[in-house]
Design a protein around this ligand. Structure first.
Ligand SMILES: CC(C)(COP(=O)(O)OP(=O)(O)OC[C@H]1O[C@@H](n2cnc3c(N)ncnc32)[C@H](O)[C@@H]1OP(=O)(O)O)[C@@H](O)C(=O)NCCC(=O)NCCS
Length: 162
């Protein structure tokens, strides 16, 4: 069973080890300043650890892209959520855990009645992740460049939630 809980400073060593995982690096994940970002309790951004049967296996950020502090998404419509996800160890991938994490995150996002859609931005070349999101009902919107990364923007409307 998947549970999502807030990341704490006790998770930093684990998060750092996941930052070094070759598939996480290849997906453009990582890059968070854990020690400074975790203690900031932002109302617009949640840093979450996913636990599979009590074992921490992955990270998720759920944010309001119009309001979160980094303005990563630029000018953005209101009432959206964005999700960032990775599973830290290869042994936990390809077993349905990511699907369970996304379903839990999707439920969490749409539990706010004003949220209309969820957006994500895998790298264009991350074909497995793109298939993974498409299977969950996300629809391709556009290719967009974020810093030096070519990303495929996808969107899940509330009416298409799995
Ligand atoms: C993408 C990811 C969260 C999917 O979670 P998962 O538990 O592996 O996925 P599930 O077992 O629920 O579903 C299997 C599908 O996930 C995707 N997947 C599986 N392993 C993957 C991997 N190493 N990298 C990317 N996607 C993978 C594929 O679509 C796979 O289906 P396929 O075997 O037909 O290609 C996870 O694999 C991961 O963290 N990968 C590395 C980092 C990453 O790519 N993050 C996404 C950034 S946008």
């Amino acid at each position: 069973m998947i549970t999502l809980r807030a990341a704490t400073l006790d998770d930093v060593a684990l998060l750092r080890s996941w930052d070094d995982d070759p598939d996480v690096v290849a997906s453009g994940g990582g890059g968070y300043e854990w020690e400074t970002e975790i203690p900031v309790r932002s109302p617009w951004s949640e840093l979450l650890i996913a636990q599979w049967n009590d074992e921490p296996v992955g990270f998720m950020q759920i944010a309001d892209p119009a309001l979160e502090e980094s303005h990563y998404w630029g000018d953005c419509e209101q009432h959206l959520r964005s999700i960032d996800i990775w599973i830290g160890g290869a042994e936990h991938r390809g077993r349905g855990i990511g699907t369970a994490m996304m379903r839990a995150a999707i439920d969490r996002c749409f539990s706010s009645p004003d949220v209309t859609a969820i957006i994500i931005d895998p790298l264009v070349r991350n074909e497995r992740a793109r298939r993974f999101y498409e299977r969950l009902g996300f629809e391709f919107v556009e290719v967009r460049r974020f810093d030096n990364d070519e990303c495929a923007v996808y969107r899940l409307e509330r009416s298409n939630r799995p």
